[in-house]
Design a protein. Structure first.
Length: 168
């Protein structure tokens, strides 16, 4: 029992050290359709594929780790193949004025957490936050593969939490 506790402790320390090292590397901004996120090294823009619009919602920005790519699926959010060790952030913009129920405070993004089987069309861990910025509602989705490292999980959440208008 004690040995398993030490293994978990060492794994946590290694993951935190990796996050510290990765945070020392320069992050860059990715802008698309008036919104932006910050990307860590190893993350890139993913071009939205076919079927990334359903009339009142359009995919406006997608970022992911190596191997994330568009695929055809009826699910607007999960129109991407996420490698088991990878992750993606998909931002969907909704047409029309935001309802009063949609938060306008970016702190909503800080509350974003991952859950297994959160999205019906994605088997891995996922989380979603909605926020109104610039007179439009955005849905910020995070999807993480089952074998993603602690570093990739932390990065995915950081990318989503960095979401804002490109002019901010």
């Amino acid at each position: 029992m004690l040995c398993m506790g030490r293994v978990a402790l060492v794994a946590t320390i290694v993951a935190l050290a990796a996050v510290g090292v990765a945070s020392a590397a320069p992050w860059r901004s990715l802008e698309a359709e008036g919104v932006a996120v910050r990307l860590p090294p190893g993350w890139d823009q993913v071009i939205p594929g076919p079927g990334t619009s359903n009339g009142d919602a359009d995919t406006v920005l997608v970022a992911g780790t190596d191997g994330v790519q568009a695929r055809k699926t009826p699910c607007l959010v999960a129109s991407y193949r996420i490698p088991a060790d990878g992750a993606a952030v998909v931002v969907i913009g909704r047409s029309g004025a935001p309802s009063a129920a949609i938060p306008r405070d970016r702190s909503e993004l800080q509350e974003l957490k991952l859950q297994r089987e959160y999205l019906s069309c994605f088997d891995g861990r996922a989380g979603v936050a909605q926020i109104a910025l610039g007179g439009r509602t955005y849905q910020v989705n995070v999807m993480v593969g089952d074998r993603a490292s602690a570093l990739v999980v932390v990065q995915a959440l950081a990318v989503a939490r960095s979401f804002g208008l490109a002019t901010e």
